[in-house]
Write a protein that binds this ligand. Structure first.
Ligand code: SF4
Length: 295
């Protein structure tokens, strides 16, 4: 039976004496009828795909529209010059989120986590961390299982798609997955609780975010929204690890996000009829792209 709520994961942790990631692993084995080894091998393939995508980024590619490309490299160069106000890990998170999300827009290979539009968030918090901390491959796979479990719960209880729940469902879910994964890498005795608070805070902070892609392309504002998803994840994880709690329980936050998505006007759910897509510049870009490429 698939994971229906965060509460269910916490209960299984208590009942079976398992860590969060082990509950998700067991669920995957049951759902897909695969062995532990087969499940972990698939997760390793996912991790390697994220690494390869990051390693092969050059910043030279542009999207077909020409609106996106090269910003990940610009951010890396800015960081390299020591100019970033954030500095260190967080500035690399920003650069990685841009690079990965651009890679999607430029048709490079990425891992949809949970969707292609939000593909930059999870790798952006995990890949740079490997430079700062000695993380084993197994620890990283555990973190990916935690992220997968969070994504599964949100998909079942609410939505992970901009078309049905707005960008809060897409970037918001990716941010919650990344926040939980970070806590899992650092968590102590109260790991489950802290993951819950991190997920709740990450989702709350992006609640109401609309989906308004300019010209209907997953480029503007999508690439840069991956940055806010990633940085939001880091701050939510840090707050949870510091012992800061969400006053609203995580499952209630997920339900609230689902409700906001269902009541969101259709103009703000990937139709490109509202928000940034409907600005004078957004409309002009759409007209220009239509004239250049046709419908
Ligand atoms: S604006 Fe819409 S298409 Fe773009 S990342 Fe957000 S949900 Fe995805």
């Amino acid at each position: 039976m698939a994971l229906a709520s965060m509460k269910e994961i916490f209960e299984r942790m208590a009942q079976n004496g398992q860590e969060f990631w082990e509950v998700v692993l067991a669920d995957d084995m049951e759902e897909r009828q695969v062995s532990r080894e087969a499940s972990m091998a698939k997760m390793l393939t996912t991790w390697r795909a994220m690494q390869e995508s990051a390693d092969s980024y050059t910043g030279r590619k542009r999207s077909v529209s020409g609106l996106v490309g090269g910003d990940g490299m610009k951010m890396r160069q800015y960081n390299f010059r020591g100019c970033a106000m954030t500095g260190g890990y967080v500035s690399e998170v920003i650069a990685e989120a841009l690079s990965m999300a651009e890679s999607n827009a430029c048709m490079r290979r990425i891992v949809a986590a949970p969707t292609a539009g939000a593909c930059g968030v999870l790798p952006a918090v995990l890949l740079p961390l490997c430079k700062y901390e000695e993380l084993t491959q197994h620890q990283l796979l555990e973190a990916l299982y935690v992220a997968a479990g969070i994504g599964e719960v949100i998909a079942r209880k609410a939505s992970i798609a901009g078309a049905s729940g707005g960008c809060q469902a897409e970037i918001g879910t990716a941010s919650a997955m990344a926040a939980g994964a970070l806590v899992a890498l650092r968590g102590g005795e109260n790991e489950g609780e802290q993951i819950g608070h991190a997920v709740a805070m990450a989702l709350k902070n992006l609640m109401g975010l609309v989906c308004d892609p300019v010209a209907g392309l997953v480029e503007v504002p999508c690439v840069k929204r991956n940055v806010i998803g990633a940085v939001n994840a880091v701050s939510a994880a840090d707050m949870a690890l510091a012992g800061i709690e969400s006053r609203i329980p995580v499952d209630e936050v997920i339900d609230a996000m689902g409700e906001v998505g269902r009541r969101m006007p259709v103009e703000f759910r990937e139709t490109a009829l509202g928000g940034l897509a409907a600005t004078p510049t957004g409309e002009r870009l759409k007209r220009e792209l239509t004239a250049r490429h046709g419908n």
